[in-house]
Design a protein around this ligand. Sequence first.
Ligand code: PGA
Length: 239
Amino acid sequence: MAKLIIANWKTFLGEKESLTLARKILSWQKSFIKKEIVICPSFPVITAIKKKIGKVIKIGGQNVATEEAGALTGEVAAKMLADVGCDYVIIGHSERRRLFGETEAIIKKKLAIVLKNKIVPVLCVGETAVERKNKKTISVLKKQLEVLQDLSFKKIIIAYEPVWAVGSDHTPTDEEIAQAHLAIRTQFGKKSGLKIIYGGSVDENNISAILATPAVDGVLVGRASTKEDFWKKIKNLNC
Ligand code: PGA
């Protein structure tokens, strides 16, 4: 099964930089066409990126509103994402939980609305450094995954992203990644539409080892995915 590579460009690239990188990726399209790649650009450039490389890669949103529509200044609704060609959306990212007060209730609402609009959710879960130190990793993951109860989904991505590994240059050991992924897998059984990917300081140097880790179906990459070197590596990767 092809490994899934999701690039989260966060707020790193403006229009010009996003298009320059997209152009580069397009010039290597032969190497990307058989890979499963999703790019989540910033909202203002989604349409431009989709137009440029939408035939080669899939596009995702980095966030979504909790409601279908209405007086929600600054928000982007699931249907709007679907309209501009987003097949995926990131939900419950640790930056959203930590910096924007996203609670489990909010995350659950977002999941429901996204599924209704036939967009695949990329649900991020992961423990803090203190929780890991106190050996709470597995119980934290179980608790965070409770948002999926009562939701029916054909396809979903769960991104295991330890909070302390995101944007930090620190990654868990391969064994720690495998343990977390197996715990998540065990909770769901063998669901064909479920992929479990790892995120947190993945880059061109560690991606091969992480993708080779048992139970890892792919990666969610932030900062590194905004650089040409990362795509050069992906281009030559057998994944
Ligand atoms: P990072 O971010 O690769 O910059 O650590 C990952 C993420 O936030 O999804």
